[in-house]
Write a protein that binds this ligand. Structure first.
Ligand SMILES: Cc1cc2nc3c(=O)[nH]c(=O)nc-3n(C[C@H](O)[C@H](O)[C@H](O)COP(=O)(O)OP(=O)(O)OC[C@H]3O[C@@H](n4cnc5c(N)ncnc54)[C@H](O)[C@@H]3O)c2cc1C
Ligand SMILES: NC(=O)c1ccc[n+]([C@@H]2O[C@H](COP(=O)([O-])OP(=O)(O)OC[C@H]3O[C@@H](n4cnc5c(N)ncnc54)[C@H](OP(=O)(O)O)[C@@H]3O)[C@@H](O)[C@H]2O)c1
Length: 322
């Protein structure tokens, strides 16, 4: 018979209420590109990923968002069927007051979707990601939003510590949240775990390294999945950092202050949950995941379809994966 591990759940954050959908797709606002640059560690990265800043001054989006939310982009042009393109969402990479602090500059981190078609082997170029990456400074862009009410820092961020876990462009909301914490004097411990295929693909790497040097309570942990480096002698997925860097990370996980945020590739949460189940004693695991003893004994065979019914995250875990 299965029993469910239950423990009093401490450290549940009080979350803020934030406005959403102030600008709807039927009446988008027009912003202007303020800056655009590659934000991979090297120009020779395996993908093209841009940091795109957009000026939304004078629109309903000005001063309207909180770090962690997303905004919508409606690409110019039409589909081959002659219809308007549908909206795509992009995580806001800016802090709550925007890049300049006055709520006018919203940012995202966008990866060009470029691939071969699975069946026809013709070139596939994602409509909106390439549209966004092609834009130049001064170009106009139709925007909606903000969107999202859960993937946010708590009302009083200083009451918690943060384990931010990202793959690829999943770093975007964390850049904004960390900048918000820095604005408040970095009152919390923050561990940023970042996974990319190659070292060249690390995003905002110089900035993250600089924060690690500057803030004693900020640590940066990279996981490179397709090659090794001197610091990292075997390929790693981001969740492997939880055990590899246990000296820093396990005391954080044991603390009642710690919240876990996961953003990036759909499916990455499964590996994170499995690793937590392998490395944490049951009473600590229960702070993050509710799972039966039976399933806990079978952690190697967990599947994503077990989330959220059999593997249920607690209110100390925040997930945004697409
Ligand atoms: C809340 C949220 C936040 C997001 N934040 C970000 C972000 O910060 N940065 C970011 O870069 N993205 C982000 N995304 C993803 C983003 O919304 C878009 O989905 C992404 O940019 C691709 O859009 P596109 O218009 O370029 O591609 P589309 O033109 O929409 O093409 C994508 C489609 O192409 C198909 N496809 C892909 N490859 C192939 C292939 N080889 N053969 C056949 N079909 C294929 C896929 O099935 C998919 O349906 C986010 C998504 C969500 C939901
Ligand atoms: N708010 C949001 O929800 C949000 C925001 C931004 C981005 N996103 C999504 O995040 C994704 C980012 O993709 P990307 O192309 O930028 O990433 P990427 O550069 O390809 O990096 C992804 C990394 O994660 C690794 N990985 C693959 N499967 C994994 C798994 N199950 N668990 C842990 N790590 C895994 C990859 O390893 P290998 O490839 O070597 O196996 C690679 O190292 C996109 O799908 C985007 O839509 C969502």
């Amino acid at each position: 018979m299965s029993s469910t591990t239950t423990t009093d759940l401490a450290g549940i954050p009080e979350m803020p209420e934030v406005p959403q959908h102030l600008v709807k797709p039927v009446a988008p606002v027009v912003g202007r590109v303020h800056a655009t640059r590659l934000c991979t560690k090297s120009r020779k990265a395996s993908g093209f990923i841009r940091h795109v800043e957009i000026d939304v001054s004078g629109t309903a989006l000005e001063n309207s968002w909180t770090a962690g939310q997303s905004f919508g982009v409606i690409p110019a042009g039409q589909t081959p069927e002659g219809k308007s393109h549908k909206l795509r969402l992009y995580s806001i990479a800016a802090p709550t007051g925007g890049e300049t602090g006055d709520g006018t500059i919203i940012t995202t981190t966008v990866k060009r979707l470029v691939d071969e078609h699975w069946d026809s082997h013709k070139l596939v170029q994602g409509v909106c990601s390439n549209y966004l990456c092609d834009l130049n400074v001064g170009d106009q862009i139709q925007l909606t939003g903000p969107v999202g009410k859960r993937f946010l820092l708590p009302k009083d961020p200083s009451k918690h510590d943060y384990m931010f876990i990202a793959t690829g462009t999943g770093i975007a909301p964390f850049r904004g949240m960390i900048l918000d914490l820095i604005k408040q004097g970095m009152p919390s411990r923050v561990a940023m775990l970042m996974g990319t295929p190659y070292e060249t693909d690390l995003l905002y790497d110089d900035t993250l390294q600089a924060w690690q040097d500057e803030y004693e309570n900020f640590s940066y942990h990279t996981a490179i999945s397709r090659h090794t480096t001197t610091d990292q002698p075997r390929p790693l997925y981001v969740q492997d950092r939880l055990s590899e860097d246990a000296d820093t990370l396990q005391p954080m996980l044991a603390s009642e202050r710690t919240l876990i945020y996961i953003c990036g590739l759909a499916g990455m949460e499964l590996g994170v949950f499995q690793t937590l189940a392998r490395i944490l004693p049951p009473e600590q695991l229960a702070q993050y995941l509710t799972v039966s003893d039976e399933l806990l004994a079978d952690v190697d065979n967990w599947e994503r379809s077990m989330i959220p019914k059999q593997l249920k995250k607690t209110k100390r875990v925040f997930l945004e994966v697409y």
